[in-house]
Design a protein around this ligand. Structure first.
Ligand SMILES: Cc1cc2nc3c(=O)[nH]c(=O)nc-3n(C[C@H](O)[C@H](O)[C@H](O)COP(=O)(O)O)c2cc1C
Length: 197
């Protein structure tokens, strides 16, 4: 089986709309021949980045928490799906802290000029960004998309695709909108297919 895809859930709800979209995207990737793993960040224990800068000279963070298990998973992934709701016009705090703690990859890549990601993976790694919001206004996804793209740079992945769904306050329940779940499946399958040409 070629291609290892990790889906990071940014919503605290294990069976919310974001989680259901992520599940469909992962199923699409699995059907495309990839191995998949879902990680609910809300269930993990890790702190915000404390700017101790241990990672300036080391390949990991000095804080011994659940991020230590995530670093090798991020390093070894061929594809990543980030699925998150919008909160206060940005991404939720836990997901943001997770991304901030990936400063480990930033320091290796930009400061020491020796990325932690193997060169052959760097050429093909892809991210699918799934983001949903309650409101329906043009600016809803601007900040979240910038954050997701910065994260992609840091972990040496291409921001390959996105599924942005607004107006969830009106739509309420994604299971009543099979076309949205289907869109998530198709995006996940496309991600998987891109890794298994
Ligand atoms: C604390 C909180 C803050 C939110 N802030 C925004 C916001 O600023 N803009 C917006 O469009 N939706 C906002 N929402 C709505 C969520 O994006 C929306 O309900 C989404 O469908 C939640 O997905 P989930 O149920 O999978 O977690 C917020 C929701 C919560 C709980």
């Amino acid at each position: 089986m070629a291609g290892r895809i990790i889906g990071f859930l940014g919503s605290p709800l294990p069976e919310g709309n974001t989680a259901r979209l992520l599940d469909r995207a992962l199923k699409g990737a699995e059907d495309a021949g990839c191995s998949v793993e879902k990680i609910s960040l809300a269930t993990l224990c890790f702190e915000d980045c404390q700017e101790m800068f241990f990672c300036k000279d080391h390949e990991t963070c000095t804080m011994d928490d659940d991020m230590q298990e995530l670093y090798p998973k991020i390093r070894d992934a061929d594809g990543i799906i980030i699925a998150t709701p919008i909160m206060c016009m940005g991404i939720p705090g836990k997901l943001k802290s997770f991304m901030d703690r990936c400063q480990v990859f930033y320091m290796a890549k930009y400061l020491r000029k020796e990325s932690l990601i193997p060169a052959e993976k760097r050429a093909t790694r892809r991210v699918l960004f799934i983001c949903i919001s309650g409101m329906k206004i043009p600016e809803t996804f601007v900040g979240a998309r910038l954050t997701a793209k910065a994260f992609c740079d840091i972990i040496d992945s291409r921001y390959a695709d996105e599924l942005l769904i607004n107006d969830m306050d009106t739509l309420v329940d994604v299971t009543r909108h099979p076309e949205l779940l289907d869109a998530a499946y198709q995006k996940g399958q496309a991600l998987g297919n891109a890794l298994n040409p």
